[in-house]
Design a protein around this ligand. Structure first.
Ligand SMILES: Cc1ncc(COP(=O)(O)O)c(C=O)c1O
Length: 412
C-alpha cells in the first residue's frame, strides 16, 4: 500500500494546497479529482478504471513497486484509481488523514469491528441503531468472544461504568441514530473513552460531513453508509471509513483479506454523486426542518423525532455539534399499525422503500419494512413502534411534499 500512496502523494499535496481553506461545498466538487489521479485523455471527469489487476513492464519495475519507488497498483482488491479518488474526496470532506471506501456501509462497519476489536474484547454501543449492525454485534462478534454493553445514547454514566468494568477496546454509535435520530455527545464520549484507550467510532451516515465533522468533534474514525447521502441518488451501494491513518491502515489490511471491494463503476457513481452533496444536503436540511415543524403542529401526529426540534431529547447536543439536522424525520401517527399504513399508502410523492438520503423522497414504516419478521414482542424490546413512520426527504419542493402529506392525512 505504501507505494500506492506514493502514486498520489505529489498530486495529493498539490491538491491539498489548492483546496486548503475552501468550503466543504468546494471540496465536494474538487476533492480527490483536481490532482493526484491518473490522467487519461485529459478527461475532466475521473475515468472508470475497469480492471481487476495491474501490469508491470518487468521484474525491475515490480521490485521498484514493492520497495515503494514506483507508484502503481497491484491487484483490484487492494486498490483502484477511481476508488482512490472517492477516498480522497471523503478524506477532504471529513478532514481525515486517510479513508477507505468499500462495497457497502455494512461492509465498512463489520470490517472495522473485525480489524480493531481483539478476540475476547469488549465494545460499547448504543440502543436504536441500524438493525444489521446490532445483529452483527450480537450474533457474529460473540463467536470471537467479543461482548458488548449497549447503552442509551444519552447515558454517559452507563458508559463510565462499562469503561470501569471492562477493558473496552471500542465505542461505536450512530449519531444521529436510526430511526429515532438520537445524538451522542461526541466530545464528552471521546474524553471518557480516550482516558481508557478506547477507540471512538461514529457512524455519521445520517449527519453527512456537511452537517457534522465527527473527527473534529473527537471521533477517531467516522463511518458512512455512502449508499445514502454521499452517493445520494438511490442507485449504488457503498461504504466509507475515514480518520486516523494507523486505524484506517488496520481496517484496510482486514479489508484486503475479507475482500468487500467496491466495483470501479460503483465508485464512479459515488464520486459523481458527491459533487452535489452540499447542495442536496442543504436542501434536505431545509425541507426536513420545515416538514418536522408542520408535522409537530398536526393533530394526527403524536410525536416527531427530529434533532432540530426543541422537543427532541438530544436537541442541545445536536445544536452544539451539527450545522444542520439532516433530511430524515421520524414521526408517530395517532393510530395503530394499519391507520399508519393507510397514511404510507396514501402519499403520492415518496416511494415506499428502505434507505434514505437520495434525491427521491422515501417513506417507510419500520415495523413493516425492517422488523416484520421480529414479532411485536421483539419490536417492543428494541423500541420500534407500530405507528412510527420514517420519512427521508428527497430534493423535491417542501410545499409539494407537505401538500401530499395533507391529502394523505385527510384519508386517514
Ligand atoms: C446508519 C446506517 N449505517 C449503516 C447502514 C448500512 O449501510 P449499507 O446499506 O450501505 O450496507 C445503514 C443502512 O440503512 C444505516 O442506516
Amino acid at each position: 500500500m505504501a507505494s500506492n500512496e506514493d502514486a498520489t502523494s505529489n498530486g495529493a499535496s498539490l491538491e491539498h494546497d489548492r483546496l486548503a481553506g475552501t468550503s466543504r461545498a468546494t471540496k465536494a466538487v474538487h476533492g480527490g479529482e483536481r490532482a493526484g489521479r491518473p490522467r487519461v485523455s485529459d478527461s475532466l471527469t475521473t475515468p472508470i478504471v475497469q480492471t481487476a489487476t495491474y501490469t508491470f513492464q518487468d521484474t525491475a519495475e515490480l521490485i521498484a513497486y514493492q520497495e515503494g519507488r514506483y507508484g502503481s497498483y497491484e491487484y483490484g482488491r487492494y486498490g483502484n484509481p477511481t476508488t482512490r479518488a472517492c477516498e480522497e474526496k471523503i478524506r477532504e470532506l471529513e478532514g481525515a488523514e486517510d479513508c477507505l471506501v468499500s462495497s457497502s456501509g455494512m461492509n465498512a462497519a463489520t470490517t472495522m469491528l473485525l480489524a480493531l476489536v481483539p478476540a475476547g474484547g469488549h465494545i460499547v454501543t448504543t440502543t436504536d441503531c441500524y438493525r444489521r449492525t446490532r445483529q452483527f454485534i450480537q450474533t457474529v462478534l460473540p463467536k470471537m468472544g467479543i461482548s458488548a454493553t449497549v447503552i442509551d445514547p444519552a447515558d454517559l454514566a452507563a458508559l463510565e461504568a462499562a469503561l470501569e468494568q471492562h477493558d473496552v477496546s471500542l465505542f461505536f454509535s450512530e449519531s444521529p441514530t436510526n430511526p429515532y435520530m438520537r445524538c451522542v455527545d461526541i466530545p464528552r464520549i471521546k474524553q471518557l473513552c480516550g482516558a481508557k484507550g478506547a477507540v471512538v467510532v461514529v457512524d455519521s451516515t445520517f449527519a453527512t460531513p456537511i452537517n457534522q465533522q465527527a473527527l473534529a468533534l473527537g471521533a477517531d474514525l467516522v463511518i458512512h453508509s455512502a449508499t445514502k447521502y454521499l452517493a445520494g441518488h438511490n442507485d449504488v451501494l457503498a461504504g466509507a471509513i475515514a480518520g486516523k491513518s494507523e486505524l484506517v491502515a488496520a481496517v484496510r489490511a482486514m479489508h484486503n483479506v475479507l475482500g468487500g471491494t467496491i466495483d470501479p463503476h460503483a465508485s464512479y457513481l459515488l464520486l459523481r454523486g458527491m459533487k452535489t452533496l452540499d447542495l442536496r444536503v442543504q436542501r434536505q436540511n431545509a425541507t426536513a426542518t420545515d416538514i418536522a415543524a408542520r408535522l409537530e403542529a398536526h393533530p394526527l401526529v403524536t410525536r416527531v423525532h427530529y434533532p432540530g426540534l426543541a422537543s427532541h431529547p438530544d436537541h442541545a447536543i445536536a445544536a452544539a455539534q451539527m450545522s444542520g439536522y439532516g433530511g430524515v424525520v421520524s414521526f408517530e401517527v395517532d393510530g395503530d399499525l394499519w391507520r399508519t399504513a393507510r397514511f404510507v399508502d396514501s402519499v403520492q410523492l415518496p416511494y415506499i422503500a428502505p434507505s434514505l438520503g437520495g434525491v427521491e423522497s422515501l417513506i417507510e414504516q419500520p415495523t413493516v419494512i425492517s422488523y416484520w419478521d421480529q414479532g411485536a414482542e421483539k419490536r417492543a424490546q428494541v423500541g420500534i413502534k407500530d405507528n412510527l413512520i420514517r420519512f427521508s426527504c428527497g430534493i423535491e419542493s417542501a410545499d409539494d411534499i407537505w401538500a401530499d402529506f395533507e391529502q394523505a392525512f385527510a384519508k386517514i
